[in-house]
Design a protein around this ligand. Sequence first.
Ligand code: SAM
Ligand code: SF4
Length: 322
Amino acid sequence: MLIDGHGRVVDYLRISVTQRCNFRCKYCMPNTPFSWVPKENLLSFEELFMFIKVAIDEGIKKIRITGGEPLVRKDLDKFIKMISDYAPEIDLALTTNAYFLQNYAQLLKDSGLKRINVSLDTLDPKKAQQIAQKNVLHKVLLGIDKAIEVGLKAKINTVALKNINENELISLLEFAKSKNATIRYIEYMENTHANDELVGLKRDEILNIISQKYSIKEVGKLANSPSTMYEIDDGYKFGIIDPHKHDFCDSCNRIRLSAEGLLIPCLYFEEALSIKKALKDGNINAAVEILREVLRNKPEKNKWGTIAENEISSRAFYETGG
Ligand code: SAM
Ligand code: SF4
């Protein structure tokens, strides 16, 4: 079992397989040039898998593949199959912008993927273009439908933004409900890579908007999930991910691995250690030692709750995978 320096069991590994993306979302990488990370800096899928095997042996039970956009990396289905063949019981999930999902959903399902989280911030094509800086909505919606059709369990992630999608929070909830998918509103997390003008909606503001149409009851946190769950009149449940909340980190069970081999203990902080050399040398024991050190030093709390102007996180979401 993997336990961090504050006694929390860590059984969830998020792997960002690439920093690249075909979108330029305003809250993530609005100004990042295309093709800025040389491919040779990446760990190969075989090197990542070497680490994943011991991580599973040590107690990891859930793996999420993310990015950048994971579906821009070639042979992702083969990587998923490697993991699924090694540990079929693993909760294996993918976070994606869904743009390429229409073509890949069946292959990913057949390779052992169980679940997907799709980022969807609007149902308005013009607004989708404004957020992603590309005309994306049509393909994203086709991707969501295909994933559901092939039997992948789906969740929708929506970053709630003032003056951008605040008037769509209810229609997005109803859209998710119509697809039998859970929607989770994510509070915007300020970071130095994002567009300066963005203002996020906080949990109470999100709840106020939804309560204009539905009565809402808080039903608490699901085990090992960052979102607080709420139920509306007809029993449909939605979540809010609120990293600004004081007790958000108490149940943190996750560690992140970047495409370039950085083990990152917390989304907020800069601190991380590299297992790249250990894996390139085939020295798995050294990689496990580094993992243990990262766990010992995992921060107790993020700082999104207490943010000051000079403390905005410089950690990029497209590197950590969100
Ligand atoms: N490209 C994939 C996607 O968009 O789903 C996976 C990577 S993306 C970095 C993972 C998650 O991070 C997405 O749900 C996205 O909405 C979220 N995210 C990115 N920047 C964020 C920010 N500044 N605040 C809150 N969530 C953010
Ligand atoms: Fe790409 Fe996802 Fe970042 Fe949007 S949030 S730019 S889709 S990595």
